[in-house]
Design a protein around this ligand. Sequence first.
Ligand code: GLN
Length: 485
Amino acid sequence: MELYEFSAVELSRMLRARECSSAELTRSVLERIEKVEKRVRAYLTVDREGALAAAERADERFAAGETLPPLSGIPIGVKDNICTRGMRTTCASKMLDNFVPPYNATVIERLQSAGAVVTGKLNLDEFAMGSSCENSHFQKTANPHDLTRVPGGSSGGSAAALAAGEAILTLGSDTGGSIRQPAAYCGIVGLKPTYGAVSRYGLVAFASSLDQIGPMARTVEDAALLFSAIRGADSRDATCAAREYAPLSLSSDVRGMRIGVPEEYYGDGVEAAVKAAVHAQLQELEKAGAKLIPIRLPSTPYALSAYYIISSAEASSNLARYDGVRYGFRSERVENLEDVYLNTRSEGFGDECKRRIMLGTFVLSSGYYDAYYKRAKLLQQRIAAEFTEAFKSCDAIVTPTAPDTAFPFGAHSDDPLKMYASDICTVTVNIAGLPAVSIPCGKDAHGLPIGMQIIGGKFTEEKILSLAKACEEMAGGFNRLPALD
Ligand code: GLN
């Protein structure tokens, strides 16, 4: 077994036992990147020198006998919408092609102070808008389970890198499913934390009231480890909750656990293989002593519309800053100020960003605000209230993560509504500000991974990760890389 194949928890132990060094581990990951990256195309930037230097620093501290945080010396890839000082941060957009942030996101500061090794920046849909990674200005990332298919999105690079062994852990961001849906498509674990559990400082904003950074990993314990390192209050993000957290301790004992099963998430739009896999897992959980409770979340069918209205409204405002004046791309075809704005934005943004800007501007305009934006915000309250009600009778809710498995490149490219439908099971969680984790749950007839989603009440990450761990044990472990060679 190569070093890049181990879990972070295991590597952390090996580094402490001096069974390997961080430099060896980092080199193993970098060599793997060199070997498979031409086919997977997960990275937009690989920071070879920076990673090796960080690994050597970690090794020196291990050699000096220091007690170091668990992530010390572990190679971690970062979605390219999270600011890294001195390292290009593009959001996979022509608009930020040349942008090198002068500061680090809070999560990056935390990784660095934990001694982690940042390997580079990972591909995404432009400004995190999309469900397949095909909206990247630079390249289309492939799914390591089938290179003719998409890895999901928007954190497709972060998910594919893990499945291909090109990182031990990665960071993604999730506004409507962007951590969970690619995790499902690539057969890995992805946690979207409670809104406010992780600082958004330095995350390039898409829809600020929904965005959260979260961990992606090949095992549940690994996701918990990365989550523990990045969560917590931050004076630079007023929406980050001022809470103290006890260390996470996961238990795989599900006896007496009440699991809500909402029928709205198992409807006609969900592929039969996906439904069957999730039902099989639910039955296993029942056998292990959990109680299955049928519940209703009646506003679910309206969630997708509410999500695309709210997120596009916020996106249209957040993207207004890219005007060619202060930083980023500026059109060369300019004769006056209007040209600077118009041509910069016309040339700098891809089609999907433009679509969201137009939709967002429309739903916020005075004639339509009441009909669209206001109603979407009312629906948001109702969806959140239905979850609160449901959590009175259950500890966690289980659904499919996505209605399907990874689709071939181009399958939904000319039909944005079809693409948006990939998010049907995930957007409600962001709308209600809840935590949810996607875990692998079997495969379909093509051998493609299926994802199962576990949703919890606010700040119950420990509970949903525990349930996830129980499923992982039942499956005999998740950390299996597809054969790419
Ligand atoms: N696919 C969804 C969208 O396009 C979610 C994106 C995300 O979570 N960043 O908006």
